[in-house]
Write a protein that binds this ligand. Structure first.
Ligand SMILES: Cc1ncc(COP(=O)(O)O)c(C=O)c1O
Length: 452
């Protein structure tokens, strides 16, 4: 098929996530045709460093031979069978055991599989409600989440999403979902002191739980570092305080680790960054390094024990997908996990990321349209502003983020734009030399553009 036909057919036949179908005709997406290591090539043969890891996913890069081999071997052995009660298969069993092993410090007892992050969130929200029902707390159905949070696109996850753009077209959503502020140092009306901000927002959570009635609240869900919302790193005291608040009121804590899980912050899990254990974890993306879609909800012993002890039948998990624990995805995840641990990929991230974070902070000093550069590990957000002194937001119509992304693309770097933010989340196996190239290319792209 010719490149022009590909472009034309794309505009005509695919409805892309988060895009207006008609806009795809005028503003055609880049067609990525090939990947190798931390690099990708578009259909015109233009080579770029993948600054987004596919979409926070390709943590081991695009040509990881052991993952590829595991997938091929699994296709030869058993391409598919289901895990609905009466049957299972070896890879599902091996992967569940491997995940529970690796999450021993988290106190995880079991995992429930789905096909991606939205599934993982849906599973966690449903298990949270069921857990309370099993304990006789039938009114505990509400969820509290944070503004700027992103939890996928199913009705549950969409209802706890902290960005109304994702919700408005599909309202009305799940009743009983409420939002507190994000502990966002750069943009909050309270304070510029990190510890104070952590205390203020944790207190806000407590007030909301008390206001709703603790006996009506099932869970609080949050990302250890908010990703899609602009890479917002909470103050260090925030998660420990949140854990205390949840415990005081019998509210479950759900950590949405879809982005932060499996090493992106320099820790195997984002909750380790904060020294806190959740009750349920949402896992996806890096779980299979993006090679095959997979998601999982990890269940703590505390939650699992309630299901195990149930004799009423109410503990039956009436949730699951045809492709839960798909054998090929499970094989990819097993191979991914092995490399992640044997090569200490999280340790690699912890070693190489401070210089990366430090260097790109320099963009805020050099360009008046850069308001804030923030992040942790190999996730970084650059917020573009209209005025760095007043922190006035970029007009919604501004094409500056898109022009920056184009400039980076031309120079050989793929970045992601989310609202006024330029976001970077390269593969975790990226070398120091590649990170240096990524930073130089981004710096040059910033030099290329004028704010108006
Ligand atoms: C924190 C978080 N949760 C959930 C999701 C949804 O994952 P998926 O797109 O695989 O459904 C995402 C996707 O980016 C995410 O960042």
């Amino acid at each position: 098929m010719s490149i022009e036909t590909l472009r034309r057919d794309n505009a005509q036949f695919i409805w892309h996530p988060m895009a207006h179908p008609r806009a795809m005709q005028a503003d055609r997406p880049d067609i990525i045709a090939r990947g190798e290591g931390c690099w990708v090539w578009d259909v015109d043969g233009h080579k770029m460093i993948d600054g987004v890891a596919g979409l926070w996913s390709s943590n081991l890069g695009h040509s990881c031979r052991p993952v590829r081999d595991a997938i091929v071997a699994q296709l030869d052995e058993l391409p598919f069978f289901n895990t609905f009660r009466g049957t299972t298969h070896p890879r599902a069993i091996e992967l569940s055991r491997a995940l529970v092993d690796v999450m021993q410090p988290e106190g995880v007892a079991a995992v429930m599989f789905g096909n991606g992050g939205s599934d993982a969130v849906e599973g966690a929200l449903k298990l949270a409600r069921q857990y309370h029902k099993l304990r006789g707390h039938k009114d505990r159905s509400k969820f509290i989440a944070m503004r700027q949070g992103y939890h996928g696109v199913h009705f549950g996850g969409m209802s706890v999403n902290g960005n109304t753009n994702f919700r408005r077209p599909y309202e009305p959503l799940l009743p009983g979902c409420f939002h507190i502020d994000s502990p966002w140092l750069y943009r909050n009306g309270y304070t510029q002191d990190e510890a104070e901000l952590g205390r203020i927002v944790a207190a806000q959570l407590e007030r909301e739980i008390v206001f709703q009635g603790p006996d009506t609240v099932a869970a609080f869900i949050a990302e250890p570092v908010q990703g899609a919302g602009g890479v917002i790193v909470p103050p260090a005291n925030f998660w420990p305080l949140v854990r205390e608040v949840c415990d005081r009121h019998g509210v479950l804590l759900i950590a949405d680790e879809v982005v932060t899980g499996f090493g992106r912050t320099g820790h195997l899990f984002g909750t380790r960054l904060w020294g806190v254990n959740a009750d349920l974890w949402c896992l996806a993306k890096g779980i299979s390094s993006g090679y095959v879609p997979l998601g999982a909800t990890a269940v703590s012993r505390r939650v699992a024990e309630v299901f195990d002890a149930d004799t009423s039948g109410g503990g039956q998990v009436t949730h699951g997908y045809t492709y839960s624990a798909h054998p090929v995805a499970a094989a990819a995840a097993l191979a991914t996990l092995k490399i992640l641990l044997e090569d200490d990929i999280a340790g690699h991230v912890a070693r190489v990321s401070p210089a990366f974070q430090q260097r790109l902070r320099g963009l805020a000093r050099r360009h008046p349209f850069v308001g804030d550069v923030r992040g942790h590990g190999l996730m970084l957000g650059i917020e573009l502003v209209a005025d760095p002194v007043t922190r006035a937001t970029l007009p919604k119509t501004s094409d500056l983020p898109a022009r920056l992304a184009r400039a980076a693309y031309r120079r050989g770097l793929m970045v992601r734009v989310s609202g006024p933010n330029v976001i970077l989340s390269p593969p975790l196996v990226i070398t120091e030399a590649e990170l240096d190239f990524l930073c130089s290319t981004l710096e040059a792209a910033f030099d290329d553009v004028r704010p108006t």
